[in-house]
Structure formats: C-alpha cells, structure tokens
Design a protein around this ligand. Structure first.
Ligand SMILES: *Cc1c(COP(=O)(O)O)cnc(C)c1O
Length: 494
C-alpha cells in the first residue's frame, strides 16, 4: 500500500517515508491511497484476540512495507506489560444512567490521556521506518501541544536513541497538572518551552519551522531531520484506528450489541485526529453508523459539519477542556481529501483560503459525504460542569473532555448502542472536576486537590500523576512566538 499527499496526488510514498517525514514537502498530509477493507470473517476473527494481537493485524494492513517481525517488535514494545494500568489497554465499560451508552477508556497509559495509545507506539514505528528511509540521521521531533500530546510525546521519545524532542505549549492554555507534567520531564534528549500565545499559535509556528527550507537545510548540515509527533503524522493516526476496531470487538464480546449491528461513536474533538481514526475504522468495514463530533465552546467544527462553512474568525475561548481549545483542526484536511474524491486541487484551494481569510465553504459533494457519516454537537462550560456532576451521581467519574462527549451524546437522545471515547483521566483536571462535583472550587493546591478527588470519589489516583509531586522542575522558559525558531537551534546546539 502506498500513501499520497492531500495537496499533491502525484506523490506516492511508502508508509516508512510518510511516518519518517511527518508532513509532505508542499505542506499536505499523507493519506493512504486506498483504505484497506476487513471482511466480516476478519472482524469476527479479531474478537477472541488480545489488544496487542488485534493491533498487529490492523497495523499490518496499513504498514505494508514493515515486516511481520518489525510490527511484532513495535506493538510488543509499545503495549508491554506494566506500561498501561489496564490489562485490556483500552477497556469498554458501561456508562451508568444510560441504557446503551458505553465508555471507551483510553487513558490508562503512562501520561493518563488517550495520546499514549499512539505515542507509545510512534517512537517504535518512527525509528523502524527511519532506519530504512533515513539511516544515520538524527530525528528531531517538534511538537505543538494543547496539553496532552506534549507530555505523551515526551514520555514516548525520552532517551530513544537517534531522536531529540522539543515541545511548545501555550503558557496560559494548559492545566496546572499538565504544565507540571511537562516541566518535570526526565530524559537527556528532551526540551520543553512555553510560548506567549494559544495552541493555534504554537501549531502554526511549528508548521512554519517545519516547512521552512532554510531551517531544513541547516538541520541537514548537522545530519538531522525533522519529524512530527502531532496527529498530522500518519504514525499517530494509524494506532488510533486500532482501538475503534478493538472497541467493536469488545462491544460484541460483552453482549452490548449483536455481531453486525452498528454502533455510534462519540468523540471529544480538537484537532480531528481521534474522530478521523474512527472514520477510517468505519471505512474499513467496522459496523459504525454515525461519527459524532463533540466540541466545547470552541465549536468551529459543529458549525462546519452542519453548514459546510469553516470559519475560524471567531472568539477563542480558554475552557476547562483545554485539549479541545482549537480553531484550526489539521486533520480535517484528510477527511476533505477523501470526501472530495481525492481532489488535491480542491483541497489546495480550501487550505489557501483558510490561511488567507480563515474561511472556506466546501462543495455539495463533500457536504453529502459529511451528512452520510457525521453528526456534531457542542457543550458549554455550564453544561460540561452539570454533566460531570450528573455522571458522577450516577456512578462514573468523567474528566472535562469526556464530559463534553457525554453531554453531546445525551443531547442526541439516541437509543443505538454507542461508545463514547474517554480521552483523559479526571485526575489530570482535578480542580475543574472537583468544582463540578462539589459545586464550588476547593481552596487547595493542585496535589491536595487530587487527594481530595480520590477521597470524594473513592477512586485511586493514577500512579504516574502521584509521582509528580517530588520531581524536580527542569523547564521554565517562556518564549515569544517569534523566537520559536531560535528555541529550536538553542535546544539542538546548532
Ligand atoms: C488531544 C485531546 C483531545 C482532542 O483529540 P483530537 O485528536 O485532537 O481531536 C480530546 N481530549 C483530550 C483529553 C485530549 O488530550
């Protein structure tokens, strides 16, 4: 199987090349030329398997230039015993207070957010791929994060030979716990820098550095090359396809639906990576009906999916679900490419309009594809708070992002079997979650709040977060957006 670019259909690269480069030279995103198909028997065959075995089967359909041994090595390393604190890796549990709602828990990894599902695997995929595609080069990972990606990428790449990683995050745009997780990061090959701006500024800055020819040449002279750990990298998306296939198997196995019956999937969305992975699973033949895109007050995607006009010229809100505070959802470009019948020229036009005017309206053809596959809704801050409280009273402790999705699910009022992606541990956002449960903000520091949350909810604080308290703070610099390029050179010592 080969990959092409959303902005240049003539391009044809292997999965190794797509993963090593992260983004195509002309700024497009790599997409599979064809989406592989699973027959009913093949899906049935996944049901008795473990998460790791399911992952190997799915990944081998997409990464056809990896050998079976390589895929085994990558998957066994990424999901080895002890890394995830749930034996099932991504368990499906019932959502109390509903007949047909189920939660796909994606937060049992080392940084307590769903990003671990992909970012534990990506370093293995990337180093395996780059051995073939760019041997001897040092890979420099640049990350823009709205909070969770940065930490998950740092954990995934720390002390991985031949790699360096540099993370930019919005100084005022992440939770106290997220900030502490990054500032205390261990590892010889890591660096972290806050910027005076929001996530979109960080992402645009990284994209600019990434595609700047002069910067690329300077790296090349030092035998280095950039790659990306953001969800623009295909190696981030493909591990996420696995858990939607796996969740369907679990739904059948747990008797939540009969084999062949369709389920809806609700995803709390920011950069459109997670929900796009569900779209690929659907196109592969997994019985999925609607893909429901759940947003917070930054509801640019709700408007887009209902009207066909994407308009980022709007107020940016800093919310209690910071990982979804995004107005430019990068992965939408991949969906548009598929729904346009792989029309790269059309996509170039939309992306030009987006960068020049912040706005574009898609064709009727694309809109028809959206209507066939997607629904969308959003949750305000008040609704999010009420949902956390109500869900807790019913017996489930949800984080602020997951609650956005639960709220949108409830508004749908559907009786179809549904999985709701739970993207973070509530312990990453103890202040917001406690405030929702108690009706007022507790007057405690961040760590006392996690202990209070544990006491109030009678659940256990995840070990990786408990360990933060005694870790030394290593990274405190805050930089202007215009200095991001210099930060990269400083960190690399070039
Ligand atoms: C990253 C993140 C999201 C958004 O996921 P996308 O793939 O960017 O749409 C939602 N919730 C949490 C907790 C996240 O970390």
């Amino acid at each position: 199987m080969f990959y092409t670019s959303t902005r240049n259909k003539n391009l044809r690269v292997t999965s190794s090349e797509a993963i090593t480069k992260g983004i195509s030279d002309e700024g497009g995103l790599f997409v599979p030329e064809e989406i592989p198909h699973l027959t009913e028997d093949e899906i049935m065959g996944l049901i008795p398997l473990s998460y790791k075995e399911r992952a190997k089967k799915i990944l081998s359909l997409y990464l056809t230039d990896f050998t079976e041994e390589e895929i085994n090595y990558c998957v066994e390393g990424a999901y080895r015993d002890g890394k995830f604190s749930s034996e099932k890796i991504a368990p499906v549990v019932d959502l109390p207070g509903t007949d047909n709602g189920h939660i796909l828990e994606l937060f049992w990894g080392p940084t307590c957010a769903f990003k671990d599902m992909a970012l534990q695997l990506l370093p293995y995929l990337l180093t395996t791929a780059s051995k073939r595609f760019a041997p001897d080069k040092e890979i420099v990972i640049l990350v823009a994060t709205s909070g969770d990606t940065g930490k998950a990428a740092l954990e995934g790449f720390k002390d991985v030979p031949h790699t360096r990683i540099l993370v930019f995050y919005p100084d005022q745009g992440v939770s106290a716990m997220q900030k502490l997780q990054m500032q205390t990061q261990a590892g010889e090959n890591v660096a972290v820098c806050a910027i005076k701006g929001n996530f979109d500024d960080a992402q645009s800055g990284v994209k600019k550095i990434f595609t700047d020819k002069a910067v690329g040449e300077k790296l090349a002279q030092n035998n280095m090359m950039f790659s990306s750990a953001n969800s623009i990298n295909w190696g981030r998306l493909v591990p996420q396809v696995v858990y939607y296939c796996s969740a369907y198997c679990d739904m059948v196995e747990q008797g939540n639906l009969y084999f062949g019956e369709k389920m809806d999937v609700v995803v709390p969305t920011g950069n459109f990576g997670n929900i796009l992975a569900a779209y690929y699973a659907k196109k592969m033949g997994v019985p999925i009906n609607l893909l429901v895109c759940a947003s917070n007050s930054n509801n640019v995607l709700t408007d887009f999916l209902t009207t066909g006009t994407y308009d980022r010229n709007r107020k940016f809100y800093t919310t209690t679900s910071p990982s979804m505070d995004i107005l430019i959802s990068s992965n939408l470009e991949r969906l548009l490419f598929h729904l346009s019948g792989e029309n790269d020229e059309e996509i170039r036009g939309y992306m030009k309009l987006l960068s020049e005017t912040g706005k574009y309206t898609v064709s009727d053809e694309i809109m028809a594809g959206i209507k066939e596959n997607f629904a969308a809704g959003y949750s305000t801050e008040d609704e999010d708070r009420d949902t956390i409280k109500e869900t807790f009273d019913n017996g489930y402790l949800a984080d602020t992002h997951t609650a956005v999705a639960i709220n949108v699910y409830k508004k749908l009022d559907s009786d179809r079997p549904t999985i709701i992606a739970s993207t973070a541990s509530p312990y990453k956002f103890p202040k917001s979650v406690l405030t929702a449960i108690l009706g007022q903000a507790p007057d405690l520091d961040e760590f006392d709040m996690t202990e209070e949350l544990s006491r109030v909810s009678t659940t256990k604080m995840p070990l990786p977060l408990a360990g933060l308290k005694n870790r030394p703070v290593r990274f405190t610099s805050v930089s202007e957006i215009s200095d991001m390029e210099q930060c990269v050179y400083d960190m690399l010592g070039i």
